[in-house]
Design a protein. Structure first.
Length: 316
């Protein structure tokens, strides 16, 4: 997956243009409950324009947005008033596949039509897996690790509830020596797993690996290693973490909705620097497709495309 994303990053051309002069006037026409995105399209021959828009609650963990929804566009009628080009009326409608929008210069050079089409195809593949998930589960495709330091491990449950049956556990951080040297991170190796779904604060996971095994030769990995529950089950969102991976999109901040055309807000890591690939969010709140709703260390809540659980490299 990461090789694919890196290739898509290279495919992305600088397709941005200057911000449309009518955009600010169009924002005032948006119905309550929607937030303007960054992308626009202008047809001067028809004197019309399109402005990306997304539900206001898309960055709220109680009402998270969907990566499988293209969002909306505000279709506006344009008019010249003196030297100004303004939006004078508008209609909000669902965005169609043929609505091709452009980003303003400096906002994002990685949202070319080809790149968007590639990610939509990935989303369709992920959405098709919903049939194999419990009812009401949002399909996701991310990687994460357990942050639970309870010596008993993190409970993996049969349903997204603290009252549900415990299927097994994921080990807490584990330290070991290989080839006579201390090779583990200072706090120990974390248990990694794949996230395949989300529902009401809980993440559906599978494929958990013994902590640190992926980073050591099988011939030297201790035989007495912890054995995590590797099947499918639910873990609470307050007990998982991950690193920002290269999702082929803009770094340094988070999106208001799981789409590169949504509003973008700068965000900081734990060192008060702009977030980037390899950093970790403070919290993971939800997921949809390849996107994760996270909280940064400076309190910004928003979406980032692609999380990884690599504890050695920066997931680029």
């Amino acid at each position: 997956m990461h090789r694919i994303l890196a290739a898509l990053w290279l495919l992305a051309g600088t397709t941005a243009a200057a911000a449309e002069p009518w955009r600010d006037s169009a924002i005032r026409l948006l119905p309550q409950g929607y937030v303007a995105g960054t992308a626009t399209h202008t047809d001067l021959a028809a004197m019309t324009g399109l402005l990306a828009a997304f539900p206001a609650g898309a960055d709220d963990p109680r009402t998270p947005g969907s990566a499988f929804d293209r969002g909306h566009v505000l279709e506006v009628r344009l008019a010249r008033q003196g030297d100004a080009l303004l939006a004078v009326s508008g209609t909000l409608r669902p965005r169609r596949a043929e609505d091709r929008l452009r980003q303003p210069r400096g906002a994002d050079a990685t949202s070319s039509d080809a790149l968007l089409d590639q990610f939509e195809e990935m989303n369709r593949e992920i959405a098709a897996r919903a049939e194999d998930l419990p009812p009401g589960t949002v399909p996701c495709d991310l990687h994460a690790w357990s942050t639970d330091r309870d010596p008993k491990g993190l409970n993996v449950r049969a349903e997204p509830s603290t009252k549900a049956r415990i299927l097994g556990t994921l080990p807490p951080p584990w330290r070991f020596k290989a080839r006579g040297t201390e090779n583990a991170p200072e706090s120990g190796w974390l248990t990694e797993f794949r996230v395949i779904g989300f529902k009401e604060g809980w993440f559906l996971v599978e494929g958990a690996e013994p902590p640190g095994r992926a980073y050591e030769d099988e011939t030297v990995y201790p035989r007495n290693h912890p054995r995590p529950y590797a099947g499918r089950g639910w873990v609470h969102g307050s007990r998982i973490g991950a690193a920002y991976a290269n999702g082929g999109t803009r770094g340094g901040g988070l999106f208001q909705a799981p789409h590169v055309h949504a509003r973008w807000t700068p965000a900081k890591n734990g060192f008060r620097e702009a977030i980037s690939v390899g950093d970790s969010p403070k919290r993971i709140l939800a997921c949809s497709g390849l996107w994760a709703l996270v909280e940064s260390h400076d309190g910004v809540t928003g979406w980032w495309r692609s999380l990884c659980a690599n504890q050695v490299t920066n997931c680029s």
